[in-house]
Design a protein around this ligand. Structure first.
Ligand code: FAD
Length: 469
């Protein structure tokens, strides 16, 4: 990637400079075999309580399945809360129609008015220049079109996710790191968790992998892909942060009134700091989010890389804070409110599934026979994207479903299917399929697609049932 182009996008190839500690082969130890107590039996075990896991669990429970949702941290929402990814990407298409509906829509509707900020519904799809300019700097207008892509308060999203999960009578296991799936005769039958109680097992009729990194499907022996699109930011990683004490109105007004000074500010920022980036205005006018600097060249599955990313993100934040306090009107009293409790991994592994989303098909606008949802496309000249059920189904292990940022796709398609609304959507579909599979004893790949579609539609999802291909 061209480094100047990359730096303009807030992408920094810090991985190239990282002096990785050489890890020699130091031999191995043998862990003694042991019996693991069975902690619970359930119909559906959902592993990972991020956007995809939350909607999967709720969807399955609302179809009458007993559901256990296991999450390694102390909250729900994954990167959309603990990762401080407070900007929910576009849920409307270029006409302003809401295409990502159902569970994700419900989650946003549950947020109190002061915990979400975005354009009003009447303006979605508007091409009014003034409106589009105003919303574009709050990341809710693209290509001159106002869209529904709001900023949210991560603490309220955690709370409403929790209420939705508890309201659906799901058994929630927090502080539970799931270490391995249980696979018998080619079927997923539960998983083993590590916890302060030690290791325990959960037995289940269906397992949904929503870990984001494919922890379950990889350990069940499924294949995966890890190639990246180097022209896109989808492979970058960093820990995001929130600043408070900011006056966003003052910051925007200064930019409008002083375009030359603003240009100069950007130039000086790039000279004075190693990883200069612009902040995202938050859901309140005294909060901004640094969703970067985006670091490339790291492997988010390696302890040393993850550790270094945490250090680098915090060092960069202090540099940015000092520069902004001194030079950015509106930031004089800024202070660090929070650094992300979860490291922001945009990409690690993607399932090699029964089906696969690929750039050539996603751009055709065809409605696929196994559509389980519709994604907005990347540009106004590209039609809406039909999301296939096959991309959620592993190639060989049965009774397992996969949803979220590690579904089966090529790298190009991952760039948008990893976004939070798309993860809500695939989670919703995987939860429905897991419940139908567990309730009927049918393998996920043998489920009748119309049954999945009609259950999704009853739960408020947008699915088109007349294929064009
Ligand atoms: C810095 C950054 C900026 C981004 N910007 C945007 C944006 O502006 N808009 C947007 O829509 N999207 C954005 N994204 C993408 C989006 O946030 C993620 O792709 C999305 O949250 C993925 O959802 P998920 O449910 O698949 O996984 P995650 O959000 O990663 O959730 C996975 C959950 O599983 C848990 N887990 C993982 N492994 C285990 C295990 N073994 N046992 C138990 N629990 C486990 C994790 O703790 C986590 O809670 C961004 C991502 C990053 C990193």
């Amino acid at each position: 990637m061209d480094e100047n182009y990359a730096a303009d996008k807030g992408v920094f190839n810090a991985g190239a400079e990282f002096q990785r500690r050489e890890r020699k082969d130091l031999g191995s130890v043998t862990e003694a075999a042991r019996d693991i107590p069975v902690f619970a039996h359930t119909d559906v075990l959902v592993v990972g309580g991020g956007p995809a896991g939350t909607t999967a669990a709720v969807a399955a429970a609302r179809l009458g399945a007993d559901v256990i949702l296991a999450e390694r941290y102390n909250h729900l929402g994954g990167l959309s809360t603990g990762g401080l990814v407070i900007w929910i990407d576009r849920m409307t298409d270029w006409q302003g129609d809401l295409v990502i509906r159902g569970m994700g829509e419900e989650l946003l509707d549950r947020l109190p008015d002061d915990a979400i900020f975005g354009p009003q519904k009447a303006d979605w799809g508007s091409r009014d220049e003034t409106l589009a300019h105003e919303w574009s700097r709050r990341h809710s207008a693209f290509h001159g079109t106002v869209t529904w892509a709001p900023m949210i308060d991560p603490e309220w999203l955690k709370l409403e996710s929790l209420k939705m999960v508890l309201g659906a009578k799901i058994e929630l296991l927090l502080h539970s790191w799931v270490v391995a799936p249980l696979v018998e005769d080619g079927k997923a039958v539960g998983a083993i968790l590590e916890s302060k109680e030690g290791r325990v097992a959960v037995r289940a009729k269906a397992v949904v992998d929503t870990t984001g990194d494919g922890d379950m499907f990889v350990r069940a022996g499924e294949g995966y892909e890890g190639d990246i699109d180097t022209d896109n930011i989808h492979h970058c990683a960093n820990t995001a942060s929130l600043l408070s004490g900011v006056d966003v109105h003052k910051w925007f007004a200064w930019q409008d009134q002083n375009p030359d000074l603003y240009k100069d500010f950007m130039k000086r920022g790039r000279e004075a700091t190693k990883h200069f980036i612009l902040p995202f205005a938050g859901w309140r006018n005294d909060v901004v989010c640094f969703m970067g600097p985006r670091f490339s060249g790291f492997d988010v599955l390696k302890i040393d890389d993850l550790t270094h990313l945490e250090i680098l993100s915090r060092e960069s934040l202090v540099e940015l804070l000092n520069f902004y306090r001194q030079h950015a009107p509106g930031f004089e009293n800024a202070w660090i409110m929070l650094t992300g409790p979860q490291l922001g991994a945009r990409h690690s592994r993607r399932l090699k599934g029964w089906g696969r989303m690929t750039g050539d098909v996603t751009k055709t606008g065809h409605i696929l026979a196994d559509e389980i949802g519709v994604s907005p496309s990347l540009g106004p000249n590209i039609p809406n994207v039909s999301v296939p059920y096959g991309a959620l189904v592993p190639d060989s292990v049965d009774n397992m479903l996969v949803a979220g940022r590690h579904i089966s796709s090529d790298a190009q398609t991952h760039t948008f299917m990893r976004e939070i609304p798309q993860c809500w959507m695939t989670g919703h579909a995987a939860g429905v399929a897991a419940a139908l599979s567990a309730n009927s004893g049918t393998r996920p790949r043998d489920l009748a697609v119309p049954d999945i579609q009609s259950a999704l539609i009853k739960q408020g999802a947008y699915v088109r049932t007349e294929p064009t291909q």
